[in-house]
Design a protein around this ligand. Structure first.
Ligand SMILES: *[C@@H]1O[C@H](CO)[C@@H](O)[C@H](O)[C@H]1NC(C)=O
Ligand SMILES: *[C@@H]1O[C@H](CO)[C@@H](O)[C@H](O)[C@H]1NC(C)=O
Ligand SMILES: *[C@@H]1O[C@H](CO)[C@@H](O)[C@H](O)[C@H]1NC(C)=O
Ligand SMILES: *[C@@H]1O[C@H](CO)[C@@H](O)[C@H](O)[C@H]1NC(C)=O
Ligand SMILES: *[C@@H]1O[C@H](CO)[C@@H](O)[C@H](O)[C@H]1NC(C)=O
Ligand SMILES: *[C@@H]1O[C@H](CO)[C@@H](O)[C@H](O)[C@H]1NC(C)=O
Ligand SMILES: *[C@@H]1O[C@H](CO)[C@@H](O)[C@H](O)[C@H]1NC(C)=O
Ligand SMILES: *[C@@H]1O[C@H](CO)[C@@H](O)[C@H](O)[C@H]1NC(C)=O
Ligand SMILES: *[C@@H]1O[C@H](CO)[C@@H](O)[C@H](O)[C@H]1NC(C)=O
Ligand SMILES: *[C@@H]1O[C@H](CO)[C@@H](O)[C@H](O)[C@H]1NC(C)=O
Ligand SMILES: *[C@@H]1O[C@H](CO)[C@@H](O)[C@H](O)[C@H]1NC(C)=O
Length: 431
């Protein structure tokens, strides 16, 4: 079975029984109101000794986003964001301590795969842990294409198939393009990626010989096959600092009014063309009751594969100055003494004409997990990181999972726009 090693790993760490239920495939999917829902589990890897790579990994991923926007230009080129080969090889996707995973079945192959949830990429692939076995699947169709994708923190290559994917055994998506990795690096502990959102342009250039071809995502196929009536995915997470909690949900095809408060603000697509390949918005940020300017309005993206929230260097310096935080050399994250926590003020993210308050508690790494990232229990670490130099035309920030645990997010595929709303957890004191 594909994920036996992961199951063993989970059990050996005594993950919450709810997650074990998820792994074993008890009802994981609900279809009603024309929506398909899948639970997302948050995995925390405490076995790793190199957990302070959390920021480094996010930054490598971010540089790769900047690089990807030039995907159609000749490979390599002179892009300042081009990743060093050695860098790609040494930063492991699962070094981030936190992984958000869903369970996906390849029905005929009788395989269950734990896949990373990723709104920052669009190819779905398996095989990082156990090879995909087309011979065992009557529904597997060879497409005649090879596939190869580089992420900021890993890569894979292999062969592209179409197969029937079952989400939870209750619903089949036929003709789903699946990459079957024959080599991969950077993906220990998971079997691949569910690039579940529909910025299909991100798949262009990943196949060969037909480099101009795109691959429909699961969201696209659910929509085209008439299972859902709107080509969108809504994502909710509950802030959590416990091991193996099922703290999130992917809902294809609609929104759940009991999961958010007030209205959803659908942000206009980012002004920077570079950001538009992803789920993008323009934002500005201020700090505290005096509205200290932190970041002028600029383009960036919302991404489930990034843990922290990264802002450009000049904005990061302004934030550090405003909070009085110091750079902690062990975690590479900003840190303030616990006694200063009460002085921390809210950040305000303004998108279009709506302002979202990001509370002091939302800005700190869960204190219960300080030691997991190599920090000390007494300190307070901040989840705002440095994205690198501001570029007038590029992608300047990324709202990662630390952001998405506080807001309801809707990823609307046809024009790659994002909707955001407050939730019951926007102001919760949990970290
Ligand atoms: C993309 O390519 C253009 C032209 O080759 C170059 O000027 C720009 O710096 C590149 N951008 C990135 C993000 O690499
Ligand atoms: C594939 O088809 C063969 C012949 O119809 C059948 O014996 C076999 O059980 C099928 N395999 C699966 C996994 O459904
Ligand atoms: C694979 O599936 C896609 C739809 O997801 C379809 O357009 C394509 O024709 C299929 N290819 C083969 C070889 O069946
Ligand atoms: C593995 O995939 C690569 C690239 O997609 C391809 O060139 C190679 O032939 C494949 N190897 C095998 C053994 O299938
Ligand atoms: C999904 O596909 C599998 C194998 O192709 C089949 O056994 C199962 O009955 C299908 N489920 C549904 C709900 O159609
Ligand atoms: C946890 O991290 C260690 C070290 O990086 C790695 O070897 C292991 O595969 C990871 N386990 C999971 C489930 O991610
Ligand atoms: C939500 O939008 C509706 C219609 O635009 C408006 O009447 C209402 O006041 C808004 N509610 C909130 C809480 O902003
Ligand atoms: C995206 O599409 C939706 C639905 O058609 C529309 O309401 C919205 O205005 C569009 N947003 C942009 C920025 O084009
Ligand atoms: C995707 O690519 C098509 C064709 O190149 C282009 O027309 C479209 O604007 C692109 N969409 C996005 C969101 O970049
Ligand atoms: C924001 O824009 C103002 C006016 O153009 C400029 O003075 C300031 O330096 C900018 N701030 C940042 C953080 O970029
Ligand atoms: C740092 O903060 C002080 C006091 O709030 C302010 O006067 C100064 O302009 C800030 N410097 C930067 C670089 O933001």
């Amino acid at each position: 079975m594909y994920c036996r090693s992961l199951i063993t790993f989970l059990l050996s760490l005594s993950f919450a029984s709810a997650l074990v239920a998820l792994v074993y495939g008890t009802p994981v999917v609900k279809v009603d109101d024309n929506m398909v829902r899948m639970p997302i589990a948050k995995l925390l890897n405490f076995t790793t000794g190199s957990t302070s790579k959390i920021l480094v990994r996010d930054q490598a991923r971010f540089r790769n986003f900047r690089l990807r926007t030039n995907a159609s230009s000749p490979p390599g080129g002179n892009s300042p964001y081009r990743l060093d080969e050695t860098e790609v090889g040494t930063i492991v996707a699962t070094d981030q301590v936190v992984d958000y995973v869903v369970e996906v079945d390849l029905t005929d192959a009788l395989a269950t795969d734990m896949l990373l949830v990723d709104t920052g990429s669009a190819n779905t692939w398996v095989g990082a842990s156990q090879p995909y076995a087309p011979a065992e699947s009557n529904s597997s169709v060879a497409t005649g294409q090879y596939i190869s994708v580089h992420y900021g923190s890993g890569r894979f290559s292999g062969i592209q198939y179409n197969d029937t994917v079952s989400v939870g055994g209750t619903l089949n998506v036929t003709n789903q393009g699946i990459g079957a990795a024959n080599t991969s690096s950077g993906f220990q502990g998971v079997d691949g990626i569910l690039g579940q959102v529909s910025v299909v342009n991100l798949t262009i250039g990943t196949l060969s010989p037909d480099a101009a071809a795109s691959v429909s995502t699961i969201t696209d196929n659910l929509f085209q096959q008439g299972v859902i009536s709107s080509n969108q995915v809504a994502i909710t997470f509950v802030p959590s600092h416990t091991i193996g909690s099922i703290n999130g949900e992917l809902a294809f095809g609609g929104t759940d009014s009991d999961k958010y408060i007030g209205n959803i603000t659908y942000a206009p697509i980012a002004t920077s063309p570079a950001a538009r390949s992803f789920f993008s918005t323009d934002q500005s940020i201020t700090y505290g009751s005096q509205s200290l300017p932190i970041m002028n309005t600029t383009s960036g993206i919302v991404d489930t594969g990034t843990t922290l929230t990264l802002i450009p260097s000049n904005a990061f310096a302004a934030y550090q100055n405003a909070t009085g935080a110091v750079m902690d050399s062990t975690t590479n994250m900003l840190s303030i003494p616990a006694t200063e926590y009460d002085n921390l003020q809210s950040l305000f993210f303004t998108i279009d004409e709506t302002t979202f308050e990001f509370t002091p508690n939302a800005q700190i790494w869960p204190r219960a997990l300080n030691t997991a990232i190599g920090g000390t229990a007494e300190n307070v670490y901040l989840i705002i990181g440095d994205a690198g130099e501001f570029t007038s035309e590029g992608i300047n920030f990324v709202n990662g999972m630390t952001f998405l645990e506080r807001f309801y997010a809707v990823f609307y595929s046809p024009n790659s726009t994002v909707g955001l709303a407050n939730t019951l957890y926007t102001n919760s004191i949990i970290n």
